[in-house]
Design a binder for this molecule. Structure first.
Ligand code: UDX
Length: 446
């Protein structure tokens, strides 16, 4: 693979920026990556990875000589002319995306026609056009990222598709971006900037809709004695539907879905269009995070004074990311009911400590379960399936397991004397003959 002659610039070394920088280096390119966080930059220069993401550490180590980390924009501008913008665009109180960090980047670029800004950050449709209007001397390319945390490196190196949006005048930059990604083999979608921006928002909103849909089906399943894992399996075999993202659970979280769904809803609202479907998707997701409370009350009665162990705090396995995690809502609601909350996560302990100061964080799942009245599986970390639940039952005050991800073998737990209840499972999942939905089959012990 012929490395690009000029280094690639990466601005913002968060999840997306770090994965982008390290993976381009892995492909043989030189990369200059910049972030305003001096501590992070110092750590990275010494080979320290600030996030938990499989496959990053060894690639950073292998490609140290191709990677330069800096806090100075001048360093990036001196060497690179393709600048991948990976700064964060968090939601504001209104639900609009906060573009101040993107604007700060744009304001530092010389408008002399030499540089191209390649937008990886998720921005509302129309942002690219506004930047082109305000800074016509910068070639603008929209190249949204579709990485999933936990599998981000694999997603980068083996993309389903790469979307590249450019308007007239920026084709040279789009061609260069295409040449960078072509060796990875995914389908290249060349389009205009506004459509590229919309593809990203629409894709994430659709996936979130799929999750809220299956969660509502799960809730109806509970009422009619059906089993949502069976329903999802049967639905997912229809090629028009597909098996992915049909896992019912305690709601979606993370840095993308909640933000992008509300950004798209807000974007539509700003034009005077009320996106009714997304309003419901958001509401269903919020309610879903709370349904665990009702299940606990069913088994324990009032929760005041009870000790509840939350197993898994990150928003999904294989990450230490706590953004919009269901555990945050659950812990707050449980404490609101007067319960004592313990939490355990294999990697998110440090991140969780900052956000859940009044939750007792333990070193192991067993410690969290010691004397607990109930365990809640919030995140489906594989190690929870490998626990010796039979001996743990003796250590709990009450043998109640509410499985917010339908991850454990409910029948085995019931046989071991637990009161087990999943999400949308016939008889709570204790006696059902359910099998996992196809997408999660490899990770699930059910
Ligand atoms: C997502 C998109 O998948 C990715 O394309 C985009 O770039 C960023 O947002 P990510 O946030 O890393 O990626 O996580 P993802 O694996 O998609 O899961 C998001 C949330 O949905 C998690 O909380 C997960 O537990 C939940 N989920 C996912 C379900 O509840 N059910 C499912 O069937 C799938």
């Amino acid at each position: 693979m012929a490395p690009d002659a000029r280094p690639i610039g990466v601005i913002g070394i968060g999840w997306v920026g770090l994965v982008t920088a390290v993976c381009f280096a892995e492909m043989g390119h030189s990369v200059v990556a910049m972030d305003i966080d001096a501590k992070k930059v110092r750590g990275l220069s010494r080979g320290r990875v600030p996030i938990h993401e499989p496959g990053i550490d060894e690639r950073l180590e292998r490609n140290r000589e191709r990677l330069t980390f800096t806090t100075e924009m001048e360093d990036v501008l001196e060497f690179a002319r393709l600048l991948f913008c990976c700064v964060d665009t968090p939601p504001t109180y209104s639900g609009d995306a906060d573009l101040s960090r993107v604007q700060a980047v744009v304001s530092q670029l010389p408008p002399d026609g030499e540089y191209a800004l390649v937008m990886k950050s998720t921005v509302p449709s129309g942002t690219g056009r506004a930047i082109r209007r305000d800074a016509p001397g910068i070639a603008y390319v929209s190249c949204p990222e579709f990485l999933k945390e936990g599998t981000a490196v694999q997603d980068f190196l083996h993309p389903d598709r790469v979307v590249i949006g450019a308007d007239s005048g920026a084709e040279w930059a789009a061609d260069e971006v295409e040449a960078l990604y072509r060796p990875l083999g995914g389908e290249i979608v060349r389009t205009d900037v506004a459509s590229a921006e919309m593809i990203k928002l629409a894709a994430n909103a659709f996936l979130a809709t799929k999750i809220s849909f299956i969660n509502e089906i799960a809730n109806v399943c509970e009422e009619v004695g059906a089993d949502v894992t069976e329903v999802a399996r049967g639905m997912g075999l229809d090629q028009r539907i597909g098996p992915a993202f049909l896992r019912a659970g305690a709601g979606y979280g993370g840095s993308c879905f909640p933000k992008d769904v509300s950004a798209l809803k807000q974007l539509a609202g700003n034009t005077g269009y009320h996106f009714q479907l997304l309003t419901a998707v958001i509401e269903v997701n919020e309610l879903q995070k709370r349904r665990i409370i009702g299940k606990l009350q069913k088994h324990l009665g009032a929760l005041a004074g009870k000790t509840i162990a939350l197993l898994g705090l990150a928003f999904k396995p294989d990450t230490d990311d706590m953004r919009e995690a269901s555990s945050l809502v659950l812990a707050a609601r449980l404490q609101g009911e007067g319960a004592k909350v313990r939490g355990y996560d294999p990697v998110a302990r440090e991140a969780a400590g900052k956000l859940l100061p009044s939750v007792e964080l333990t070193e192991s799942a067993a410690d969290a379960l010691e004397g607990a009245d109930a365990a809640v599986i919030v995140t489906e970390w594989p190690e929870f399936a490998e626990l010796d639940w039979t001996s743990l039952r003796e250590r709990m005050a009450k043998p109640v397991v509410v499985d917010g991800r339908n991850f454990l073998d409910g029948r085995a737990l019931s046989k071991a004397g637990f009161e087990y209840e999943g999400i949308g499972l016939a008889n709570g999942g204790a006696q059902a003959g359910a099998t996992p939905p196809a997408e999660s089959a490899e990770a699930s012990p059910r």
